[in-house]
Design a protein around this ligand. Structure first.
Ligand code: FES
Length: 343
């Protein structure tokens, strides 16, 4: 059997971590308390880049749009894609530990409820055998039974409910996880395997700025977690949530948000339909936001949804003078096999 490799991590301090055969650096680091910026865990965002100072790693070829040619020539690799093939020394950014600091772990749980909440959209709640420590906005990976393939879904519940996780799942035609498992057969009482938490699209608890939340489709999930977490900390927090979908039949959690807004005067909920009129506002969330505000100076924003929606939403925030450093974003991108990946 191949032995684990010893990886020396050099950053603001120096530590040594054992990396099992085939285990990516990022996975080993997060399990051992070495926290690195990370987002997609798929090799598509470039967030997890580290420098290989000595030793060797095995990794798939990386596109220069993800990791520039200069970086690659200077020994940078993607921690989520690189597995050591010898003992190694890895340099991580000195501020690498400033993101969420929850250890990555394997999780087991039992499906509590599967309910259809909108057209082709399910809410799935899972009771976790051991409570999961996570930050509002993070995600976990489900192991698709029989394939070992992983699929990523953000928690919609706040971290204060660590033992029952809520997910919003949109069906992807012919999707390995959705069509052939979750929508086909997943039901109350089924065991599930997961691992997490991942990602640094998280609620910035240092800031008390009024918040804009822009969600596209099931991109609402992490924003629900962030909104609930923010309201637990400050019930009067000013939060403007825009949930964009195409049709009324795609919209969900309407009564939940209306009732929450009744109890929290600082919360404003605006559903937006892009393909029909007659409920909420008509148009894309970014356009509706621009109509509603003359200035967003001093606000912060969290955006999650399809890439085009997120890009347009970022432009809308900047057009209304929101500082770029206050804009947090996560894109849900359909993967080739029909899954969703986060970038
Ligand atoms: S490329 Fe590694 S986390 Fe995105």
């Amino acid at each position: 059997m191949t032995a684990a490799h010893s990886v020396t991590v050099v950053g603001s301090d120096t530590r040594t971590v054992d990396c099992a055969p085939g285990q990516p650096l990022l996975d080993a680091f997060l399990r051992h308390g070495v926290y690195l910026p990370n987002s997609c865990n798929q090799g598509t965002c470039g967030t997890c880049k580290v420098r290989l100072c000595s030793g060797s790693v095995s990794a798939p070829e990386v596109s220069e749009t993800v990791l520039g040619a200069d970086d690659q020539a200077n020994g940078y690799v993607l921690a989520c894609q690189s597995t050591p093939t010898s003992d190694a020394q890895i340099e991580v950014p000195v501020d690498a530990g400033s993101g969420p600091r929850h250890p990555l772990r394997d999780l087991t749980g039992t499906v509590h409820e599967v309910s259809e909440i909108a057209h082709d959209t399910l809410a799935v709640t899972v009771g976790i055998d051991e409570p999961l420590e996570f930050s509002a906005g993070q995600y976990i990976e489900f192991v698709v039974p029989g394939s070992g393939t992983l699929r990523q879904y953000s928690m919609a519940n706040p971290p204060s409910r660590p033992d029952r996780l809520e997910f919003h799942i949109r069906r992807v035609p012919d999707g390995l996880a959705t069509d052939r498992w979750i929508f086909d057969s997943l039901a109350h009482g089924h065991p599930v395997e997961m691992r997490g938490p991942w990602g640094d699209f998280v609620h910035d608890t240092e800031s008390d700025a009024p918040m804009i939340l822009l969600a596209g489709g099931t991109g609402l999930a992490p924003l629900k977690s962030i909104a609930l977490h923010a309201l637990e900390r400050d019930p009067d927090r000013e939060i403007h949530l825009y949930h964009g979908v195409r049709h009324r039949s795609d919209l969900y959690d309407v009564e939940f948000w209306q009732s929450l807004a009744d109890r929290h005067p600082g919360l404003r909920y605006t559903p937006c339909l892009s393909r029909e009129e007659g409920f909420g506002r008509h148009g894309y969330v970014g356009d509706v936001l621009v109509d509603d505000f003359d200035s967003l100076r001093g606000f912060s924003a969290y955006l999650c949804g399809p890439p085009a929606m997120v890009d347009a939403g970022v432009k809308a925030c900047k057009r209304r003078r929101m500082s770029g450093r206050n804009i947090h974003r996560e894109k849900y991108t359909p993967a080739p096999a029909g899954a969703m990946v986060l970038t």
